[in-house]
Design a protein around this ligand. Structure first.
Ligand SMILES: *[C@@H]1O[C@H](CO)[C@@H](O)[C@H](O)[C@H]1NC(C)=O
Ligand SMILES: *[C@@H]1O[C@H](CO)[C@@H](O)[C@H](O)[C@H]1NC(C)=O
Ligand SMILES: *[C@@H]1O[C@H](CO)[C@@H](O)[C@H](O)[C@H]1NC(C)=O
Length: 576
């Protein structure tokens, strides 16, 4: 900054230059932006024009300026609030129907709210000078995320449902975590997580790669945040795996039976064009509900009716012959408790020609009387040959309350992925150390894409097509206390894993980690009930596991259900 002489002797000319200079310096301070530099001055002017005219031309001009101004991310710091305001204004200027574009623009704004390092707050004076505010941006993002999640669920409903047990033996899958805690750390994670990963990998013939120290990879002083990207890059480049899953050390795998292949087969496709109403996936009971005839009984009381009690397999059978029996259906199977029988009886669903049969273990056979069969629902596929092949998607990632999450994700070995991780690492590590891995991922997946969508007048989701956002519960279900405060999915029985954001107090967190680990062991050995983790059977009710104790805060926090968690923590608020 140039100095102005304190005493002005001569030219009026010099006086006015100086006054102008002071004015600029005052503006620089007020805007928190180096508008004394020509490129930021131009940016500010373009911004003001867009703010005043709200014309589509001015909007396009602002998007072009913003793209230029963010091409060197480290330079954003010289006008940080102005950049936030730019994304925010563009989001406001997009018309209805452009929710996805608005959502991405606001996520970008948020990334640069983080770089202010000011507890997610924009300093008051700058906020008002730019007519922006985190109090407008953050709730808007949360609202849009809910819409995005609903859209994602509708898109999923249009896909062939994939069995959660599907394994493609041709896919080489690595499961990577860094559990780098100090030797004497009181947290139980460095003890529990490696075993959790090993057990899971062993079961499915995956390779667990758990690093107990942050790997020293190339660059010196690589922070743990960036070690994540660097480590994943090394595994992709090694050629050892076709897909690599990153799981934060504070996420514990809970459904040891659910495969990563099933997630790849379910989601690694370009979005379906048509999300028209399709038949829902067959649930456990579709095979068995309806009218049957007991081939053992007299014609007069041979009729049996099986009704659905809930979506998760509970059924009731009624017949003159035995009265009423309750039981449980799962695909291809039925188990009933008949009156007067000490133990349940089970039956298998078979087809004899065109006739569907229930063959009981005691030899009885029921034949379907009604025309119904499973064709009214969509059966799931369970083999690589039987399922649509995954294609076109390299990155599977979830979103939580405020946007993309880098806690748990999967990436395919491909030229795009390797280049993507390289660039993310460069942005986060070399160019802009204020960026965490998550911020770098967000920037690369949507900055240029969203700003170009504004200039091209496209309102769809501008997210890079190589990435697919998958429903949060698939890879990133939260413990229920965090789920409640962040308004996101809490863990439900059958979910692959549970994550504990920022749980760092050993006394409070270790019991949670221990409980999760016991649950996952019990679930694996089949004591956990029948929700095997299919999304179309997901129930947010409390788990049917005898280790679940609804009177224990630890149980509630891990498993929910949400209404109970809300009640418990609302009551306990302020009293610990
Ligand atoms: C990016 O911006 C920083 C900070 O303003 C500057 O030091 C650096 O030279 C710029 N890099 C390029 C390639 O322009
Ligand atoms: C199921 O029903 C549909 C029509 O209701 C029929 O076209 C189909 O052949 C039936 N499938 C079996 C296995 O019975
Ligand atoms: C998980 O798989 C094991 C071995 O295949 C099986 O015994 C167990 O019942 C399964 N658990 C669930 C909950 O499906």
């Amino acid at each position: 900054m140039r100095g102005c002489p304190l005493v002005l002797f001569v030219a009026a000319n010099l006086f006015s230059v100086c006054a102008a200079d002071r004015k600029v310096q005052a503006e620089v301070r007020q805007l928190g932006c180096r508008v004394d530099r020509s490129e930021w001055r131009r940016y500010r002017d373009t911004y003001e024009t867009a703010l005043e005219t709200r014309s589509s031309g001015a909007r396009r001009a602002l998007a072009i300026e913003l793209l230029d101004r963010t091409s060197n991310v480290s330079d954003v710091l010289t006008c940080n609030v102005g950049v936030i305001a730019g994304y925010h204004l563009l989001a406001r200027l997009m018309g209805p129907g452009a929710e996805f574009l608005q959502y991405r623009l606001l996520q970008l704004a948020l990334v640069f709210i983080f770089t202010l390092r000011n507890a997610n707050q924009i300093p008051e004076e700058q906020a008002s000078a730019w007519e922006t505010s985190e109090r407008a941006i953050i709730p808007w993002i949360m609202h849009l995320r809910r819409l995005a999640e609903e859209r994602a669920l509708r898109a999923r409903a249009a896909r062939v449902p994939v069995s959660p047990q599907l394994r493609d033996k041709d896919l080489r899958i690595g499961v990577v975590s860094i559990c780098a805690y100090p030797e004497d750390a009181p947290l139980a994670l460095p003890r529990l997580t490696p075993q959790n990963r090993e057990d899971y990998a062993l079961r499915h013939d995956y390779a667990a790669r758990v690093h107990m120290e942050p790997p020293v990879i190339g660059a010196h002083g690589l922070g743990i945040q960036h070690a994540k990207l660097a480590t994943m890059l090394v595994y992709l480049e090694s050629g050892e795996f076709d897909w690599v899953a990153w799981f934060d050390c504070d996420s514990l795998l809970m459904n040891m039976n659910k495969t990563l292949d099933s997630i790849v087969y379910q989601y690694a496709h370009s979005p379906p064009d048509d999300t028209a109403d399709l038949a829902r996936p067959c649930t456990a009971v579709d095979d068995v509900v309806g009218l049957w005839r007991d081939s053992w009984a007299d014609a007069s009381d041979a009729a049996v009716e099986i009704q659905r009690l809930d979506d998760y397999g509970a059924v009731r059978a009624s017949a003159p012959q035995f009265g009423v029996a309750e039981g449980f259906g799962r695909p291809g199977k039925l188990e009933m408790n008949f009156p007067g029988e000490a133990t349940p009886l089970s039956a298998e669903v078979r087809h004899s020609g065109d006739v569907q049969q229930l063959r009981w273990e005691n030899g009885a056979v029921w034949e379907r009387e009604d025309a119904r069969n499973s064709s009214g629902c969509r059966p799931s596929c369970s083999t690589p040959e039987g399922c649509p092949p995954p294609e076109g998607v390299d990155l599977l990632i979830t979103e939580e309350g405020w946007g993309l999450s880098s806690a748990n994700w999967m990436i395919r070995r491909s030229a795009w992925s390797i280049n993507f991780l390289h660039r993310a690492l460069t942005v986060a590590h070399a160019e802009f150390q204020l960026f965490g891995d998550q911020d770098a991922i967000i920037l690369l997946l949507m900055n240029e894409q969203a700003l170009r969508a504004v200039t091209d007048g496209e309102g769809g989701d501008p997210l890079d097509g190589h990435a697919a956002i998958i429903p949060q519960h698939e890879l990133n279900a939260y413990d229920h206390l965090n789920a409640l405060t962040m308004d996101v999915d809490g863990f439900a029985e059958g979910d692959l894993l549970v994550t504990f954001p920022q749980c760092s107090h050993a006394e409070e967190c270790n019991p949670l980690f221990e409980l999760a680990t016991s649950y996952s062991k019990a679930f694996a050995s089949g004591n956990a009930g029948d929700s095997a983790g299919a999304w179309w059977q997901r129930s947010t009710a409390a788990p049917r596991w005898d280790g679940y104790d609804p009177s224990s805060g630890t149980s509630l926090r891990l498993f929910g259900p949400r209404p109970a968690v809300r009640a418990a923590w609302a009551g306990a608020l302020g009293t610990g």
